[in-house]
Design a protein around this ligand. Structure first.
Ligand code: UD1
Length: 311
């Protein structure tokens, strides 16, 4: 059994990661300030004896180092972040504080208190708008948002600390994650969370553009398992890996699955393509398999079916 500290534990990916760690028999300490996370996401975990929760801000001076020094985890999974690309554009200072400086605080807390491993929530946003598909870890990185830049900088900060001070660092470049507990609140929330909420309430959905755009949609259950492996698998070396399926799914295919479950839903409306959108995104998944033994297992069809049935 390992003891893992999860920052951003009450978030979408964080809460599923906590659940997966607990199910695998590990002890988990969760940290979250509920800026975007929700206590309800931890309903099951809070009833588990191997889970302890601390409400707090990972970016508050001294807070994380104090917690790490007290609980002495074997590994930290650092998921706390400013999660909205859009918000990083309207508030780059906050993006820097939460997505760059906070990462440095995690690296330092780990160094000072002998944490052996850090797993970091990076993003396909580090690649920017490139047409060089599938995106490999070696593909040129050209972030086109403060968010993507912060994720790339954070990878470097953590890998540098890891190499200098002997910690294992795994940077996980998540592609388009979907599944239960994803917040559909903003127009820039993940498209599947928006569609799910609208179909559920009997409303139709709007596709921006012709619907032929594709994404590498990966189930949050697969992402949580990738985090579990990165934090606890034996003999893992430092590095960066795409966390993706390697399969492209178009929005028309996504809507097709919803439409089968909601045959009475209003017809889909097509709007103008969203400014700044990329047409395609697709990752190469081989590296995560080689480094962690991770392969995505949940198809979009299966994952959407579960989301639609259980919410
Ligand atoms: C991701 C980010 C987004 C950022 C963009 C550019 C997430 C969830 N989104 O978007 O904030 O600006 O990268 O780096 O991380 N769509 C519709 N109808 C809707 C909502 C979305 O057709 O109601 C379309 C979008 O126009 C897009 C596709 O669905 O073509 C996927 O959208 P989204 O889930 O936001 O993912 P990304 O485009 O990858």
């Amino acid at each position: 059994m390992a003891h893992v500290l999860v920052t951003g534990a009450a978030g979408f990916i964080g809460s599923h990661t906590v659940d997966r760690l607990l199910a695998a028999g590990h002890a988990v300490t969760g940290l979250d300030n509920f800026r975007t996370g929700r206590r309800a996401n931890l309903a099951a975990a809070l009833a588990a004896p191997r889970f302890a929760f601390h409400e707090g801000d990972v970016a508050a001076p001294g807070a994380l180092a104090a917690l790490v020094g007290t609980v002495r985890p074997d590994a930290v999974i650092h998921l706390a972040a400013l999660v909205s690309v859009q918000e990083s554009m309207t508030d780059p200072d906050l993006n820097y504080a939460l997505n760059v400086h906070a990462t440095h605080l995690v690296a330092e807390a780990a160094r000072l208190h002998g944490v052996r491993r850090i797993v970091f929530a990076s993003s396909a946003a580090v690649y920017g708008d490139t047409a060089d598909f599938p995106l490999r870890e070696t593909t040129e990185k050209s972030p086109i948002s403060p968010y993507g830049a912060a994720k790339l900088a954070s990878e470097a900060i953590l890998l540098g600390h890891g190499a200098a001070f002997g910690l294992t660092v795994r940077c996980q470049r998540y592609f388009n994650v979907f599944g239960p507990r994803q917040d559909p609140a903003s127009p820039y929330s993940g498209v599947i969370s928006i569609f799910d909420r609208r179909y559920r309430s009997g409303q139709g959905v709007t596709i921006y553009g012709d619907g032929q755009q594709t994404r590498d949609f990966i189930s949050v259950h697969d992402v949580a398992r990738a985090n579990l492996l990165a934090a606890t698998a034996p003999a893992v070396a430092s590095g960066v890996a795409n966390i993706c399926t390697g399969r492209a799914t178009s929005l028309l295919e996504v809507v097709g699955v919803f439409a089968r479950h909601y045959p009475a839903a209003p017809a889909v409306v097509h709007g103008a393509p969203r400014t700044g959108d990329i047409l395609h995104s697709l990752g190469a998944p081989a590296h995560a398999d080689a480094a962690l033994g991770f392969r995505a297992e949940v198809s979009v069809e299966t994952g959407l079916g579960e989301l639609i049935r259980t919410g």
